[in-house]
Ligand binder design. Structure first.
Ligand SMILES: [Zn+2]
Ligand SMILES: [Zn+2]
Length: 146
């Protein structure tokens, strides 16, 4: 099974386990996320799908994404300077955000993941997620400037 098929299978299993009906709209939204590496926002997903699904509303996209995030099927990436973005890639990774074009690029950082948090952080409470968003300018935008 390739990664995408495995993700879809996991998605169907999780929905069934939570009694969530496998509607056409839910499936299409999840498919779109699985096949995109762009970390689309709800608005982007909506404009990708509305032509094929004229009954889809932006509100449905919002609500469906919120449900997927609750079930741990989808990750929400918060960035400064752009709307919340979503992805179906749920394994541990970090993001590089281009302040100029808004592109989010995945990267892994094993030594960071394995590192201990400073004591000052541990005193603040319980940490659920250890994700980094780096801000900068991507190579394409740097080249375009020259
Ligand atoms: Zn850029
Ligand atoms: Zn990502």
């Amino acid at each position: 099974m390739d990664d995408h098929k495995q993700q879809i299978a996991h998605f169907e299993q999780t929905c069934r386990a939570h009694g969530l009906k496998m509607t056409h709209q839910r499936l299409e939204i999840f498919h779109a996320l699985v096949h995109s590496s762009e970390h689309p926002s709800a608005e982007t997903l909506y404009s990708m799908l509305e032509k094929r699904m004229p009954t889809l509303s932006l509100d449905t996209v919002y609500r469906t994404l919120a449900t997927f995030v609750d079930l741990g099927l989808v990750k929400r990436v918060e960035t400064l300077g752009s709307k919340a973005r979503f992805e179906a890639k749920i394994d541990q990774h970090h993001h590089f955000f281009c302040d100029r074009c808004g592109q989010l690029t995945d990267f892994t950082w094993q030594s960071f993941d394995a590192s201990q948090l400073p004591e000052t952080v541990q005193e603040l409470g319980r940490v659920r997620d250890k994700n980094v968003i780096l801000h900068g300018v991507c190579n394409q935008c740097l080249k375009a400037k020259e």
